[in-house]
Design a protein around this ligand. Structure first.
Ligand code: PA5
Length: 443
């Protein structure tokens, strides 16, 4: 049985033979490497190429960090942050901090912003804890993580000395290029390589995601196994009707062509909130270019029905919705009868909370469809490492197919440079003298 199924019965899209053929051709391009951005297709066969010895090496390094530190600070941004964060949130108990037997180490994140308060509070909060760091940057030159790493490296060296720092810091970066690679080599940090042909937002199944997740105690072998299953299920030659990524990519493109410019990804499990964030980067950076692309938005339900629900139901009709629907909760909580029934909830007595959640999901789906918001369901059986691995690869494959259907290169991100140029000019970075003069005149 597949870990991911796509239900398009409420999407209002009739799939024609031509649409199927286009999706199959797009999938073939990903496999033949003849499409745009073909330097960055390493993720396509990545799951099946991960060896047991690679998993063992990551697990061994993770165990060393776990043995040394109560808190491991994971430094990175964008594709060097969101995958690990998304899977970690999905696999974690949100109330872990209150448990007496706290899982150690705690994995915290830095370098995903340039907030002075965030940085100060992180450094202060970790003062009494033993710390280690994983610094992740493919380019090795990204400003946000570089600033955070400079501070955290200094803190680690101050506390433990330079020699021990090299036992507490691990770098994940390019095999040869970038300031981080130079620094890691000079300082003697253990280093994992991000393959050249895997872009940041497709890198969760490389050490970028796997190392922090192994440190946090996530079963990375199961995660990879799930991704391998989905690699097979979406491979070239799999019939369209059996390929969930091809179906999802086709339907969202058909909806886009019919004027639905915004896709809202949501789920009724708050643990999946950061999967939404990871997905937003994956699709936003892959498709938002050349003046086109679906705008990826997200909601967490039912919470956001009490904030965004009004707009989704009755606002501008440019939306469609994709719900990650989880079949089985991991826990069981039954609503009890109350002799006074002052809250009027006795009609729910004996029901599990998940039954109420399911009825909310089904009711909302019909309400939104009635309101003109087509609905797709991505069905997963449970939240487990294996299933999440499948889900990640499902979305990656669909994104590649979808980008080719849209007619863009889904593997570049030229637009992210614009803000950097302005920021460097404003910060008077050497080499930006002319730009500095020009931009200051505009302020
Ligand atoms: O998907 C991408 O390529 C980007 O979001 C990058 O992951 C992000 O900018 C971080 O880059 P780097 O890993 O080079 O520091």
């Amino acid at each position: 049985m597949k870990n991911v199924k796509v239900d398009i019965s409420k999407a209002g899209v009739e799939i024609t033979a031509e649409m199927e053929a286009r999706a199959q051709a797009a999938n073939s391009l990903l496999h033949s490497g003849k499409g745009a951005g073909n330097d960055f297709l390493g993720w396509v066969r990545l799951p099946s190429s991960i060896t047991d010895s690679e998993i063992a090496a990551i697990t061994e390094t993770a165990a060393k960090l776990r043995a040394k530190a109560d808190v491991v600070i994971c430094i990175g941004i964008g594709g060097s942050y969101l995958g690990a964060k998304a899977v970690l949130e999905a696999m974690s108990n949100p109330f872990q901090l209150l448990h007496k037997e706290q899982q150690t180490p705690t994995v915290l994140f830095a370098g995903q912003n340039i907030s002075e308060d965030y940085t100060a509070e992180l450094l202060a909060a970790t003062k009494e804890h033993s710390i280690a760091a994983i610094v992740i940057s493919k380019s090795g030159t990204t400003t946000e993580p570089a600033i955070a790493f400079r501070l955290i490296k200094a803190e680690i060296e101050k506390r433990y000395g330079k020699q021990e720092a090299a036992e507490r810091i691990v770098a994940v970066t390019d095999k040869a290029r970038g300031a981080l690679k130079t620094l890691a080599t000079q300082e003697g940090y253990p280093t994992f390589v991000i393959p050249d042909d895997v872009g940041g937002r497709y890198s969760v199944l490389t050490p970028v995601g796997l190392l922090p997740l192994a440190v946090a105690g996530v079963d990375i072998a199961a995660l990879v196994r799930g991704a391998q299953e989905m690699e097979q299920a979406t491979a070239e030659g799999v019939p369209f009707a059996e390929n969930p990524s091809a179906i999802y990519a086709t339907v969202r493109n058909a909806l886009y062509a019919s004027g639905k410019k915004i896709e809202i990804l949501g789920s009724y499990e708050p643990k999946l909130q950061y999967i939404n964030e990871w997905w937003k980067q994956l699709y936003g950076e892959s498709e938002g270019k050349q003046g086109k692309g679906i705008f990826p938005a997200s909601v967490t339900l039912t919470a956001d029905l009490h904030s965004m629900g009004q707009y989704i139901q009755e606002g501008e009709r440019t939306l469609f919705e994709t719900i990650i629907s989880v079949a089985r909760p991991a826990s069981k909580v039954v609503i009890e009868a109350d002799s006074e029934n002052l809250d009027g909830l006795n009609y729910l007595a004996g029901k599990r909370i998940s039954e109420v959640n399911r009825m909310a999901e089904l009711g909302v789906q019909l309400a939104h469809v009635d309101g003109g918001v087509p609905n797709l369901r991505v069905e997963i059986p449970e939240i487990s490492a294996e299933v999440i691995g499948s889900l990640l690869y499902f979305f990656e494959k669909a994104c590649g197919i979808s980008g080719y259907l849209l007619g863009v290169n889904p593997f570049d991100q030229p637009g992210v440079e614009a803000y950097k140029k302005n920021m460097f000019a404003l910060l008077e970075k050497p080499g930006y003298e002319e730009a500095t003069k020009a931009i200051k005149a505009r302020l």
